[in-house]
Design a protein around this ligand. Structure first.
Ligand code: GCO
Length: 262
């Protein structure tokens, strides 16, 4: 189990005040890592969440900055590395979704989704990787999606971003693997989070569709992601690079089945 031990490691997880980000942060904390969370929400909210992490016995710090604004990222990374220590693990989890059919979508909305879901992981890595290169090692995990592989009505901008993030992940690995930096992605399937709450309502056609479309016949629980996050953050994945690990209950493995088929 030493392979999965993250003692002495510092992990920065963006968008970790709730949902998947928080579940992955707690997973890394359980494996021994010092947790640094980012959010652009209120400082009060960040303080509340850090108190929750500490109550559960984790060493945790919180920083408020907008991952899509380079100046804020540059300053925050410098502050974190001065106050907490070198960042060994980066999880680019912060993201947004706008559910609007493409013909009805404003260009500004399309650009905002691309900015936060695709450009921000690039900005974060651009300011953290130079330190990882100096220290001859590091881990980056980009949170992709089913929409890195599949289209869905109303989430075109999100799919464009998550599809792009899959290739950005592969190209980051191509350029940085030689510095002993492993860059990989995690592709969550359909998880019970605030982001999916609007489409996960009992009786909502999409809710029943997903349960029928997913071989595991359920929505994912955020904790279902912790194992993948620990694996891709630890020595256990030191020769895994440019890989997208889909944690989706089997959605991508199957064409699906008719509703009346067991
Ligand atoms: C949607 C969902 C998805 C999921 C996830 C699937 O509207 O289809 O919100 O985007 O959140 O990304 O992998």
């Amino acid at each position: 189990m030493e392979l999965f031990n993250l003692k002495g490691k510092t992990a920065l997880i963006t968008g970790a005040t709730h949902g998947l980000g928080m579940a992955m942060a707690k997973g890394l904390g359980k494996a021994g890592a010092t947790i640094v969370i980012n959010s652009h929400s209120s400082l009060e909210r960040i303080k509340e969440v850090i108190a929750e992490y500490k109550k559960e016995g984790f060493t945790a710090y919180g920083y408020q900055f907008d991952v899509s604004i380079e100046k804020q990222v540059r300053e925050a990374v410098a502050k974190i590395e001065k106050e907490v220590g070198p960042i060994d693990i980066l999880i680019n989890n912060a993201g947004i979704i706008k559910r609007t059919p493409l013909l009805e979508m404003e260009v500004a909305d399309f650009k905002e989704v691309l900015d936060i879901d695709l450009v921000s992981p690039f900005i974060m890595a651009k300011h953290i990787v130079p330190g990882m290169i100096k220290r001859k090692g590091g881990k980056i995990i980009n949170i992709c999606s089913m929409m890195s592989e599949l289209g869905r009505t109303s989430v075109g901008a999100y799919a464009a971003a998550k599809g792009g993030l899959k290739m950005l992940t592969q190209n980051m690995a191509t350029e940085w693997a030689r510095h002993n930096i492993q860059v990989n992605g995690i592709g969550p399937g359909y998880f019970a989070t605030s982001q999916t709450a609007p489409i996960r309502v009992d009786g909502h056609p999409f809710n029943d569709f997903i349960i029928n479309r997913t071989p595991a016949s359920r929505w994912g629980n955020p904790d279902d992601l912790a194992g993948a996050a620990i694996f891709l953050s630890s020595a256990a994945s030191d020769f895994v690079n440019g890989h997208i690990l889909y944690v989706d209950g089997g959605i991508l493995a199957t064409i699906g089945k008719p509703y009346n088929e067991e």
